[in-house]
Design a protein around this ligand. Structure first.
Ligand SMILES: [Zn+2]
Length: 237
């Protein structure tokens, strides 16, 4: 072999080595690019999942773990089949607002009425109650623990908390004091139970019953009420 052909061979060998090195570099780059794209895709999926979760899902809260604030007057009913059956309420997905449909009566009178139902016997018995009653002066009485069902909202008794509101006359319009307490109670319940805004409903939304009458007859007032609850919650809880 001549010197020239040895040099040529050496040159070819180096050329091949350089080409291989270039290919390796290219492959490495491609692998890094693919890894980065997979990472970005995973982050994107994770982000979308987090947003969907925040908007549509919520962590359920065990109602038994919630303690009522000191502005709630706790006067639990006696356990009885007609107003406090003692049935566990394991999850709360909503708040149902009612009116007593009994103008001028006080929160205490309504609470005592619920408790008196225990004395019924047999036929034509009435079953009714609610977790909370808000009085004409804005006082709040709790009749049933959050961890038990009330008899107020028909098909939704099994997953809602109920609030009865007193009212001075047959229009069903609440006094300002009742209205303000209702805003506070709803905002507090929403925050404690990790509920979303759309979880506050009327009895009317469950069965079509005209309850709470004023908020059924004045749809815009109902919308305004929910807005005020949202604003109060943002500010306080
Ligand atoms: Zn009702």
């Amino acid at each position: 072999m001549t010197n020239l052909s040895r040099d040529e061979n050496e040159f070819m060998r180096q050329q091949r080595a350089r080409r291989r090195a270039r290919m390796r570099k290219l492959k490495r780059r491609r692998a890094m690019l693919i890894s980065a794209m997979i990472l970005i895709l995973l982050l994107l999926i994770w982000g979308i999942a987090a947003v969907v979760r925040a908007v549509f899902f919520r962590e359920p809260v065990d109602p038994a773990s919630v303690t009522v604030p000191d502005w709630v007057d706790v006067q639990l009913l006696d356990i009885n089949p007609y107003s406090r059956p003692g049935t566990p309420l394991e999850k709360i997905n909503g708040i149902v607002v009612h009116y007593t449909a009994n103008p001028g009566t006080t929160a205490q009178q309504n609470r005592n009425y619920f408790n008196s139902l225990a004395k019924q016997n047999g036929e034509s018995a009435t079953s009714v109650s609610s977790h909370f009653i808000i009085g004409l002066d804005g006082e709040v009485i709790q009749c049933i623990p959050l961890s038990e069902i009330s008899y107020a909202s028909n098909d939704r008794n099994g997953d809602t908390v109920s609030i009865e509101c007193c009212h001075p006359d047959s229009t069903g319009k609440f006094t300002d004091a009742t209205y303000q307490s209702l805003i506070r109670l709803c905002a507090w319940l929403e925050s404690q139970l990790n509920l979303k805004e759309r979880s506050i409903i009327r009895h009317y939304d469950v069965t079509g019953k005209l309850c709470p009458l004023y908020f059924v007859e004045h749809e815009s007032e109902w919308t305004r009420f929910k807005e005020e609850v949202a604003a109060f919650r943002k500010e306080n809880y």
